[in-house]
Design a protein around this ligand. Sequence first.
Ligand SMILES: *Cc1c(COP(=O)(O)O)cnc(C)c1O
Length: 354
Amino acid sequence: MTVTLGQPLAPDAELFGTLAQGIWERARWSNGGPLVAELERGLEEAAGWRHVVATASGTSALTTALLALGLPRGGEVITSPLTFRATPLAIEAAGLTPVFVSSDPHTLTLDPSAVEQAIHARTVAILPVHLFGVATDTALDVLAEAHGLPVVYDAAHAYGFADIVGRGTATAYSLHATKLLHTGEGGFVATDDGQLDQRLRHAVNFGIDRDHDLHAGINGKMSELAAAVGLATFPRLSAEVAARESLRLAYATAAESSSRVRVHAPERRRALVMDVVRCDPQEQASIIRELAEHDVIARGFPALCGEGERYADRPVVGSTARDTDELSRSAIALPFHGRVQQRHIDSISEVFSS
Ligand SMILES: *Cc1c(COP(=O)(O)O)cnc(C)c1O
């Protein structure tokens, strides 16, 4: 049997049934229902943020955060070309322009010195991505503060990292089924700023502020049904986290004794959503093919500025599109969920040491 890259965590069906029953009884499906509020309180407690606003997706969490900041239309947002395409698409959906900047080859996250080089008069915000279980450099916060720029973090890969809490102006998470804790489709924006929390609540609901449509906004709200999925998944979370933590160790052991791959940023890595090993870019395709021959689905994530990609024509400040593309080919994402079994790990080790 093939082992897939991701495997959605199954919600507790009985708990989901009970919660869904309540929705039918109240006939309240969205707009300030009790389950969304309960999930938001649960996420604040679990993650340690003061304020959490649930959204329809991780992408709408990013767009909502940018809209709530009231940035001038057409402004430039500095971000990474090493991410999922949701990141720049969310910037564009907020009426802003993504500007790509090079990454640190060791951590694959935004390089602060290249960010500094890219800041100019039209820059309105920085949107770094905590990628593949590695938090971005805290020098970015210092830099943004020095330039008076807001920072919106993409934490789609960083659920559960205590030390990213409190950083930046706002942080967007994904609750998509392929991540960790999930609501099928969903996400949330977190902040410690009470005033921003209010603006986020307007932005996520068409920009409406007490029946006046004052602000920029979208319909990015989470539904009660989605919140019920999230609340029924919460009880399964700690066992899944434990399984992923031991898998992360097993992959490190396999990579350490391999001449073909190495552990990604060993001193910083603590993936819970997605995990990668690093390789020679020339070898990426053949390693992925060999893993597939062993029924293991692994994959790379091409740089968004690479050939044939949506942003292929965009420059990368501090590097070239070609070098960035090569950097993206130095990472292989491995199956990362509680259903991965010892025999899969053995197959992976075999390919790594062949
Ligand atoms: C999944 C993901 C998103 C988008 O999340 P959705 O909930 O699927 O909209 C954004 N950024 C990164 C890095 C992701 O992996």
